[in-house]
Design a protein around this ligand. Structure first.
Ligand SMILES: Nc1ncnc2c1ncn2[C@@H]1O[C@H](COP(=O)(O)OP(=O)(O)OP(=O)(O)O)[C@@H](O)[C@H]1O
Ligand SMILES: [Mg+2]
Length: 244
């Protein structure tokens, strides 16, 4: 096996007296789509937030490309090539699609002026080539006018353009239409073809089964099952999620 992009080593995370993660270890390989599954309160979002640099572990560590590291803020995780997409992901409703794609990474001229037309052109190209979601025809549309699925498409466009290595998706399909869900799942597969890995948190095992290569099932803050798709079935996964 080649060196995983990201590894969690015995990660513990406590919130006061509550142990949300208890010695959690798993890895994410290049171009691998991982289904992170488990019942409510299992610790999935805590794991996502930890990988996104929002939470610091109480103990344990991460490694990126085999090198031990510590993420102390979101920027650290972003620098390692990780993009996290929540349902109403970190987009600004009052700004255009273009401005959202380039947020924090704006193109500026030597004099410090925003190169709006350059950014607009790139946004248009990314939206047309990488993201095919109906209803987005102009990069000038305000994000506040988009549906949940369209917003996710913008977040994905951002990840594609800035060549992220791992997409973290925490329950991305929970409020999406059937069509938007299909489009999102197709995006995950398209990115996989470009060697981008994803960690897909969901309660919908059918969605997970459609796109994931491997499943990590969590219960009470730790991993109870780690299995390749070829070695399991939806009914076995359901049993693990429900019974552990
Ligand atoms: N910021 C926090 N402060 C205190 N406790 C927290 C915090 N975040 C999560 N927890 C607790 O940690 C545990 C794991 O929560 P987490 O949100 O990771 O679960 P989850 O697997 O994402 O659940 P769900 O499927 O319901 O989203 C829960 O008991 C939760 O109450
Ligand atoms: Mg959660």
């Amino acid at each position: 096996m080649s060196t995983p992009i990201l590894e969690l080593h015995n990660i513990c995370k406590s919130f006061g007296a509550l142990d949300a993660l208890r010695s959690l270890s798993f890895h994410i390989g290049q171009g691998e789509v991982i289904g992170l599954l488990g019942d409510n309160g299992a610790g999935k979002s805590t794991a996502v937030n930890l990988i996104s640099g929002i939470h610091k572990p109480t103990s344990g560590h991460l490694s990126v490309d085999g090198k031990q590291t510590l993420f102390t803020c979101r920027m650290d995780s972003a620098e390692a090539g990780i993009e996290t997409i929540y349902q109403n992901t970190a987009l600004v409703d009052s700004l255009s699609i273009t401005r959202n794609i380039f947020m924090g990474r704006e193109r500026c001229s030597g004099g410090g002026f925003l190169k709006l037309s350059d950014m607009r052109e790139i946004a248009m190209e990314v939206l047309q080539s990488a993201v095919h979601i109906s209803g987005i025809d102009s990069p000038d549309m305000l994000v506040g006018e988009l549906s949940g699925g369209q917003k996710q498409a913008v977040a994905i466009a951002r990840a594609v353009f800035f060549k992220r290595r791992i997409l973290m998706l925490d329950e991305p399909t929970s409020a999406l239409s059937v069509r938007e869900t299909e489009a999102l799942l197709n995006q995950v597969l398209r990115l996989k073809a470009e060697n981008v890995s994803s960690v897909f948190v969901t309660h919908n095992l059918y969605h997970a089964y459609q796109v994931c290569d491997r499943f990590v099932i969590m219960s009470h803050g730790t991993k109870v099952f780690d299995v390749a798709k070829a070695d399991t079935s939806i009914s076995q996964l359901t049993e693990y999620v429900v019974l552990t």
